[in-house]
Design a protein around this ligand. Structure first.
Ligand code: G4P
Length: 524
């Protein structure tokens, strides 16, 4: 198969949801179709149970599992499908945001009884930022749900995206009878006792009295609702979907493996193959001959005795080859990788080569940080790995004077992995760790102790937000920094960060200094 065909048949995507909507269940069912696993229950939920927030072993277990399930590749109908896993727990949402920079499209799972939830909105905002094409799967139709039209309205309003149902449910809860596949014009009947793949029944003409034989009195309701659907929603337009302006919607029940097959079949047909990626210097086309890629995730190994890690590289262009020299842009050095791995059909194996859209795991001893670019020599820096303003802050102190070197090294490396963000106060030089979730502090403390033999102490810092500031007006910038001296800090790249105590103070600062830009993510 030619290089261009290899690119065209790749579908690299992420599944996201508010916790409990069914992301893990849907992932598992997709893997079953792909033959990547053979029994249900093989994908461990990578959730940290609520009761386990202080259970360090649970965190470790979680980390172990998420290495194995970080990337799951399989062949399906001639397509090479790569699913990138995202952590469900909201304290790890930044990890999810970063993973979304490496996908070409996204499936959002929504609980049909709950509708759009806060995490769904946040994740959609990230997709919108990069115009990532999105498909919506409305899950748990086997349970009592909200009205289907209301759900679609809710999605349009809250997720700020046009929708187009491509399947339509027949009732819900105990009366759920199945879905009509609008795209392929066939009827799939729901039977909770059958979880095998069932063929749909072709129904070109919904007015046929045959329909009553299958779904009885619900036939008329289905006809009416579908008429309404066709009246309200314009024809599905693949271009609009690919531009990130329209989300096709499917209904189903992941638990009963219902509606998942349709989703996957349609997904491989309409979802984008790898797309051009923007670097600071220029846009890079996947079909370019020379290899380029970037690191979007770093995973520490579970074995604390070997401080090795895995850097996950998304291939943006060209063919990646084992044992070939590539330039590490930030370090300006060449590296060769002797054991790059890929996760195919649930097995981790060493690979000889990989194509745009693929994810390669590279064993690393500390050379990579998130956002690093690899090329065949060209000076390129891929954009798109922003740090978000953290929301919780603590001073970090060394609790063992004999181990300050270990502590500094540990903190540095954990920050490179993207576990949290480090700021240094301009006022007193103290180190401040900022995270998006409280769980991160426990992870940091535990890992410092077990991987770096260092002990830390936390001191709470009541702070509303850290934001990056910049201005063309150097005088105003200097004035601001002088006036806010005790609230200024530097991030780990030496950039200016304003630590606002409260929304009110941030608001005032923005009003008093209109010449300054306040950024809530580090990429601007
Ligand atoms: P998440 O990854 O998005 O957090 O959700 P997950 O798949 O773990 O699903 C959350 C719960 O919802 C699970 O039940 C799961 O079995 C259930 N679920 C998922 N899809 C469906 C569906 O289509 N219909 C119904 N009725 N339930 C569904 P749990 O009891 O919380 O978890 P578990 O202990 O069974 O793993």
């Amino acid at each position: 198969m030619g290089f261009k065909e290899e690119i065209k048949r790749r579908r690299t995507f992420g599944i996201v949801s508010h916790p409990d909507a069914g992301k893990t269940t849907l992932t598992e069912k997709l893997l079953l179709f792909g033959g990547a696993i053979h029994t249900a229950g093989a994908v461990k939920s990578n959730k940290i149970k609520k009761s386990a927030t202080s259970d360090f072993m649970e965190i470790e277990r979680q980390r172990g599992i998420s290495v194995a399930t970080s990337v799951m590749g399989f062949e399906y109908q001639g397509y090479k499908v790569n699913i990138l896993d995202t952590p469900g727990h909201q304290d790890f949402q930044e990890d999810t945001f970063r993973t979304l920079t490496a996908v070409d499209s996204v499936i959002i799972v929504i609980d049909a009884a709950k509708g759009v939830e806060p995490q769904t909105e946040k994740l959609m905002n990230v997709c919108r930022m990069r115009k990532t094409p999105v498909i919506v799967f409305i899950n748990k139709m086997d349970r009592p749900t909200k009205d289907s039209f209301d759900l679609l309205d809710e999605i349009e309003e809250q997720l700020k995206i046009k929708v187009r149902p491509l399947s339509w449910p027949i009732n819900d809860g105990p009366d759920f009878k199945g879905v009509y596949n609008i795209f392929d014009k066939n009827l799939k009947l729901f039977d909770p006792s059958i979880t095998e793949i069932e063929e749909g029944i072709n129904f070109e003409d919904l007015n046929s009295p045959e329909l009553e034989n299958y779904i009885g009195n619900d036939a008329d309701v289905l006809r009416e609702e579908l008429e309404l659907v066709e009246g309200v929603y314009p024809e599905f337009d693949a271009k609009e979907y690919l531009a990130g302006d329209l989300a096709p919607v499917f209904f189903g029940s992941a638990l009963y493996n219902f509606g998942v097959h349709e989703l996957l079949d349609t997904f491989v047909r309409i979802a984008p193959h790898p797309r051009p990626k923007d670097a600071e210097e220029r846009d890079v086309e996947p079909s370019e001959e020379k290899f380029t890629g970037f690191v979007f995730k770093i995973h520490a190994n579970i074995d604390p005795n070997h401080r090795s890690r895995i850097a996950f590289v998304k291939i943006c262009s060209g063919t990646f080859q084992r044992n070939t020299n590539y330039k590490h842009m930030r370090l300006g050095k060449n590296f060769k990788f002797s054991s790059p791995t890929a996760f195919m059909a649930s097995k981790k194996e060493i690979i000889e080569e990989a194509y745009p859209g693929d994810i390669v795991g590279i064993p690393d001893t500390g050379n990579f940080i998130i956002g690093d670019t690899l090329t065949e020599g060209e000076d390129l820096h891929f954009k798109g790995i922003p740090s978000f303003s953290p929301e919780i802050f603590r001073y970090i102190e060394n609790a063992d004077p004999m181990k300050s070197k270990q502590l500094n090294k540990g903190v540095d490396q954990l920050m490179d992995e993207g576990v949290a963000q480090l700021f240094t106060s301009e006022l007193n030089g103290r180190k401040i760790i900022g995270t998006v979730g409280a769980l991160q502090f426990e992870v940091i403390e535990y890992r410092l102790e077990h991987e770096y033999n260092a002990k830390c102490r936390w001191e709470n810092l009541s702070m509303y937000k850290a934001c990056w500031i910049e201005s063309d007006d150097k005088e105003k910038l200097a004035d601001f920094k002088k006036r806010k001296h005790n609230k200024m800090a530097k991030d780990k790249h030496g950039r200016d960060v304003f630590m606002a105590d409260s929304p009110f103070i941030l608001d005032m600062a923005q009003r008093d200094f209109p010449e300054l830009s306040f950024h809530f993510k580090s990429e601007f």
